[in-house]
Design a protein around this ligand. Structure first.
Ligand code: FAD
Length: 232
């Protein structure tokens, strides 16, 4: 997976503060104080004025489909399998199918990729158009993606995709994007994590996995609700 930041809004903290001041309050506070108020109290609509464009390559088509699930404040552009030859395609190898973790599973997976390549090539040799031949391509196929997201939609993305329940390839991408966002705008992104970390309460309830690193310090929503019920 390769991730590159193509563009980011410059002077975003000042822009957000100027924008927030339009509402009529907040005239006395500094830009940093206003940003603190916005991020802490989740007055997030003004964060939509900051946007990031990422170039993401060597990710699977499966991951690109999951990216597309993010609909609001997000612009997507993907490599076309209609206009590009895919004869020598690269592919994503999931951890459990790696040689290191499972030699036999890796053999089966590698054979499937080889068959897909051979079938694609054969169809092309038979004169089948790319847009038809592409139906034999696997979900693991590497693709190239450009995505633009505003800071508010990125926060929503991180809350969902930094969660240990997200698919491993998606978690890896979310971590990379999060690192970039923290480096650009630490005051907005450094306290953002999965929903449990961001909110202090985890909505995953009973499906929260045993491996969740925040299990001890972040309660689930149902635990908090049970406490609230007891207080009535
Ligand atoms: C662990 C995990 C498992 C998942 N499993 C599946 C699965 O099995 N199948 C599947 O299809 N998806 C699955 N998803 C994707 C998930 O359902 C969301 O589509 C995806 O995470 C995008 O989130 P979103 O809707 O918040 O983002 P966006 O589309 O960017 O929307 C942002 C916010 O805008 C609001 N919004 C957006 N669209 C509407 C609307 N039409 N009406 C009202 N409000 C709206 C919501 O408040 C939403 O949170 C999974 C996601 C995760 C993290």
């Amino acid at each position: 997976m390769k991730v590159k930041l193509l563009r980011v809004t410059e002077d975003g903290v000042d822009l957000v503060a100027e924008t927030a001041k339009v509402s009529g309050s907040l005239s006395e506070q500094s830009a940093e104080e206003i940003l603190g108020l916005i991020t802490e109290n989740d007055y997030s609509s003004v964060l939509e004025h900051i946007s990031f464009t990422f170039d993401i390559s060597e990710i699977s088509v499966a991951l690109s489909r999951e990216l597309l699930e993010h609909r609001v404040g997000v612009s997507h552009t993907a490599r076309s399998t209609r206009y590009n030859e895919e004869e020598g395609f690269g592919y994503f190898v999931p951890d459990e199918l790696s040689k290191k973790q499972n030699f036999n599973a890796n053999l089966a997976f590698t054979a499937a990729m080889r068959n897909a390549k051979e079938s694609y090539k054969k169809l092309r040799r038979l004169g089948v158009a790319r847009e038809q031949a592409r139906y034999v391509l696997p979900l693991a196929l590497h693709t190239h993606y450009v995505v633009t997201m505003n800071a508010r939609s990125l926060i929503n993305f991180f809350m969902l995709r930094l969660c240990v329940r997200a698919a491993p390839e998606m978690q890896a991408l979310a971590k990379r994007l999060h690192e970039i966002c923290v480096a650009e705008y630490p005051d907005i992104f450094s306290r953002v994590g999965c929903r449990g970390v961001s909110w202090g309460v985890c909505p995953e309830n009973e499906v929260r996995p045993a491996g969740c690193p925040f299990k001890e310090c972040v309660p689930t929503k149902s635990e908090v609700k049970a406490k609230m019920k007891n207080q009535k």
